[in-house]
Every structure is written in structure tokens, then in C-alpha cells.
Design a protein around this ligand. Structure first.
Ligand code: NI
Length: 171
């Protein structure tokens, strides 16, 4: 099932999500399927559970946009364990539609997480994947990418969003 995406302004996006403690259950597998489906429907390369209203440390990533099943990644209770280098690039978020900003991120990132069975693994990604690891892990700790831009830009963005909210054009 495709869940609607929660938008900026909803408190679920700005609170640390709870750790997942039960693995390999039918509910978890169904939830992960729904997360991928919701992410593809929204045309994103990553989605965190709080973005569909569930405060749990679960994120999915697919930098191939559904083209290559080998690139599907499930991160449960992830932690960033190593970062290296630097990249500059535009970043957006499904929960802040219509906005994109330049965000400086590490170029090479190693994440440690659990899979659907609860097994721990580490994966290193570069460029877009490194960015996705950081962006999605941030979500699970209640941090949005706009915490990585200047206060001036962030305030301007928040003002524009308020205007959209008042006009009923935000969700
Ligand atoms: Ni996001």
C-alpha cells in the first residue's frame, strides 16, 4: 500500500524515532514492502518511516529508482560509523516538496545497520548513496536536511512554507 508522505510541520519529522526491537515478523516485511512502494510512488531515492507517520528507526533507499533490485537497501536502527571527503550538491526531501538547496555532505559514508532479519551489517556508499545514507539516518534522529543549510536560507524557506500552509497548499 502507498502511504501519503508527511510534510514539514508535522512533529513526527522532528523527533527521534524509536529503535526497532522485533525482526523478521510478517508485519515488518509488509511494512518494508509498503515503504518501497510509497517511495517509488513519490519518485524518491530514499524514505524514512517518520515520513509516512511511523516513529520507528527504519529507512529504505534505492538509488536506481526501482530499475535495479540489487540497489534496494533496508536500514534498520542505522548509525553512521565513518565519513570521509566532501561533496557539494543539491538536496531535496519528499517531506519538503518544491524546495532544493545546496548541501555539503561527506563523499564517502559507512553506515552500520540491521536488516529485516535483525542481522547487523555495514555498507559504504559514495556520492548519491553517501548522501542518502546521511539524509535518511538524519530523518530517524529527527533531523531534516535544512539543518545543514544557513539560518538565513532556512528561515526564508520556512517563511515560504508558512505562506503555502496558510493558502492551504501544504499538507
Ligand atoms: Ni528526506
Amino acid at each position: 500500500m502507498v502511504y501519503p508522505i508527511v510534510k514539514f510541520g508535522d512533529p513526527v519529522l522532528e523527533h527521534e524515532a524509536a529503535d526497532v526491537t522485533e525482526f523478521d515478523t510478517p508485519e515488518l516485511h509488509k511494512f518494508l514492502d509498503d515503504m518501497f512502494e510509497s517511495m517509488y510512488a513519490a519518485k524518491g531515492v530514499g524514505l524514512a518511516a517518520p515520513q509516512i507517520g511511523f516513529g520507528r528507526k527504519i529507512a529504505v533507499i534505492d538509488c536506481s529508482n526501482g530499475e535495479d533490485p540489487a540497489q534496494k537497501i533496508v536500514l534498520i536502527n542505522p548509525r553512521i560509523v565513518h565519513i570521509e571527503g566532501r561533496q557539494e550538491g543539491e538536496e531535496g526531501c519528499l517531506s519538503i516538496p518544491g524546495f532544493r538547496e545546496q548541501v555539503r555532505r561527506a563523499k564517502r559514508v559507512t553506515v552500520r545497520a540491521q536488516n529485516a532479519k535483525g542481522e547487523e551489517f555495514e555498507q559504504t556508499g559514495e556520492d548519491l548513496l553517501a548522501r542518502a545514507f546521511l539524509h535518511e539516518t538524519d530523518h530517524l534522529y529527527g533531523r531534516l536536511y535544512i539543518t545543514h543549510i544557513s539560518t538565513l536560507k532556512r528561515d526564508l524557506m520556512k517563511r515560504k512554507i508558512k505562506k503555502l500552509q496558510r493558502a492551504g497548499d501544504w499538507g
